[in-house]
Design a protein around this ligand. Sequence first.
Ligand SMILES: [Fe+2]
Ligand SMILES: [Fe+2]
Length: 199
Amino acid sequence: MAESGTLHDAFLDELRDAYDAEKQLLKALPKMAKKATSEDLTAAFETHLEETRGHVDKLEQVFGALGEKVRGKHCDGIAGIIEEGKSVMEEDFDAQTMDACLIAGGQRAEHYEMAAYGTLIAWAKAMGHSEAAELLEEILEEEKAADEKLTELAEGGINQAAADEEHPDEDEAGEDEEPTGKTTAKKRSAPKAAAGSRR
Ligand SMILES: [Fe+2]
Ligand SMILES: [Fe+2]
C-alpha cells in the first residue's frame, strides 16, 4: 500500500464523518422528539436538535480554521445507530417502554459522537490545531450534557414507569388468581403501578 496519508488526512476524514453524522442527526432528532410521550423527553430531544444545528455551524468553523472546504463523508456508524432506532420506533411497545427505548437509542448516538469528538480533539491538539480543538471541545461538552440529561430522565422515572407498566392481559390474571408462588414479575410490578399507567 502507498504510505502517503498522514494524521492530518485521517483527521480531515474523521471531521467529514462527524459533519455528516450531525447532518443525519438533524433529520433523526425531530422524529424521536415526535415519538416520545414524556414531555421532558420531547423537550430534551428538541433542545439537542438546536444544539446539533450549532454543531454543524461549529464544524464549518473548524473546516474554515484549517483552511479546508466544508465537506461531509457518509458516516456509516451513525447511520447504523439511526437505522436501529428506526426499527425500534416501529415496534408495538407501550408508551413508557417506547420512551425508555428512545433514550437508549439517543444515548447510543451521543456516545458515538463523544467517542468521535474525543479522538478529533486529541488529534487536533497533537497537531497544534488549537482553534479547531477549542471548537470541538465546545461540541463535546454539549454531547456529554445531552447524554447526562437522558440518563437523568431515564433514572428519574421513565425506566421505572416502563417497568411498572401493566398490560391488559396481565391485569385479567390478577393476583387473586395466582395462588402459587410463581408471581415474581407481577409481584414486582403490581404495587408500583405509576399514575396513569392502568388502562
Ligand atoms: Fe452533535
Ligand atoms: Fe449529539
